[in-house]
Ligand binder design. Structure first.
Ligand code: PLP
Length: 417
């Protein structure tokens, strides 16, 4: 028998099924809000569709490369730099600037911060998980919100952590189950690890308010828990990189020595370049040195050192004042387009005479929206209206355009009323 005769067939990616159904639909006004492709793509690219789940699209439904990224890339190419290896923790001009972006330029964390470049946000989460698995003094178990980004569970489990869930989303209100969340934080054994989405919670689009974050911080502190932040959408949620970093900065101010996974996939549109960072706030300079040595020992056998091109682009954008200003405006533009599409969808539903309360569409934030439609309704949406999205009722707002928002509202109205 073949060596691999006993390798079982794995289940397909949930998003892939939507792609298949979408592709097979011959209606020319079909809409894909599962993974944001509204236009047929050439065969060699279509193969990768399933991994491009949460990508921003412009108002024509097309992938978008930020003009600031184009300029930064041209600068990088013009500099004709060599292709030598970066250090194990990456390019310092990039990681230093990434730390300032996340924690703020006056943060007390900067002097005692251990930071390493990572293979985007996923790689940052994985390094963090591996570090916790190796050194966390308490239970090697992480609590993630219910629901959470589908890959969180897999990343943490594969790194050897146990995964549990805390209450987060309330189906009835299509909002935050704040009381459940705080109760679960309080009920967990002292010294537990909690993962928080810093902003633009994926998949629900439901974030705690600043006042609620303050209560969460207090509950985490009282219980002696450890906070792990995943910030994959800084700037993308509100349009302001400072506002979106509120939770991270507030926790640090309150004395939490957090760890943080950062991604530049969405806010710089650098998806395939895989630019990210993982950082740990150490207690002091001496602790920082010890942690840093162990991060290097951990990363070296994983991939030796990270790729340089994307990080050079991000470093240009973060360190060149003119490019930085341009980028911040472009991030805001992307966030604003999404906010506008949310408002238009709600407005259209109301104009059609829908009696449901659609305020969650505009109160939610970021790339995704939970419509509150159930699996059967999502099925009807696909079968009768050629609108494709995941069965949990999540739609990618990035896939909505001025052109298709009217038809989308009609379809939802017909299905839900
Ligand atoms: N964390 C969350 C919550 C996400 O939604 C994503 C991407 O969709 C990521 C992390 C990581 O993405 P990437 O590895 O592309 O940076």
């Amino acid at each position: 028998a073949s060596t691999w005769a006993k390798v079982p067939q794995g289940p397909p990616d949930a998003i892939l099924g939507i792609t298949e159904a979408f592709k097979a639909d011959s209606f020319d006004k079909k809409i894909n809000l599962g993974e944001c492709y509204n236009t047929p793509r050439p065969a060699p690219l279509a193969e990768y569709d399933h991994v491009r789940v949460g990508a921003y699209r412009d108002d024509k439904g097309k992938p978008y490369v930020l003009p600031s990224v184009r300029s930064a890339e041209e600068k990088v190419v013009k500099n004709r730099l060599n292709k030598e290896y970066a250090g194990i923790t990456g390019i310092p001009e990039f990681t230093k600037a990434a730390a300032v972006l996340a924690y703020g330029k006056d943060s007390s964390a900067l002097d005692r911060l251990v930071i390493t470049q990572s293979i985007s946000g996923t790689g940052a989460l994985r390094i963090g998980a591996a570090f916790l698995e190796r050194f966390y003094p308490g239970a090697k178990k992480i609590y993630i919100p219910n629901p959470s980004w589908a890959n969180h569970g897999a990343v943490f489990k594969d790194a050897g952590l146990e995964v549990d869930k805390y209450r987060y989303y309330d189906k009835k209100t299509i909002g935050l189950d704040f009381e459940g969340m705080v109760a679960d934080i309080k009920a967990a054994p002292k010294g537990s690890i909690f993962l928080f989405h810093a902003c633009a919670h994926n998949p629900t689009g439901v974030d705690p308010t600043e006042a609620q974050w303050k209560e969460v911080s207090a509950a985490v502190k009282d219980a002696g828990h450890y906070a792990f932040f995943d910030m994959a959408y800084q700037g993308f949620a509100s349009g302001s990189t400072d506002k979106d970093a509120f939770a991270v900065r507030y926790f640090v101010e309150q004395g939490h020595n957090i760890c943080l996974a950062q991604s530049f996939a969405k806010n710089m549109g650098l998806y395939g370049e895989r630019v990210g960072a993982f950082s740990i706030v150490a207690a002091d300079a001496e602790e920082k040195k010890r942690i840093d040595s162990q991060i290097k020992i951990l990363v070296r056998p994983l991939y030796s050192n990270p790729p340089i091109h994307g990080a050079r682009i991000a470093a240009e954008i973060l360190n060149d004042p003119a490019l930085n200003k341009q980028w911040l405006a472009e991030v805001k533009e992307m966030a604003d387009r999404i906010i506008t599409m949310r408002a238009l969808l709600k407005e259209n539903l109301e104009k059609l005479g829908s009696k449901h309360d659609w305020s969650h569409i505009t109160s939610q934030i970021g790339m995704f929206a939970y419509t509150g439609l159930d699996a059967a309704q999502m099925d009807t949406l696909a079968k009768e209206h050629s609108v494709y999205a995941t069965k949990d009722g999540r739609i990618s707002v990035a896939g909505i355009t001025s052109d298709n928002v009217g038809r989308l509202a009609e379809a939802i109205f017909k299905v839900k009323g």
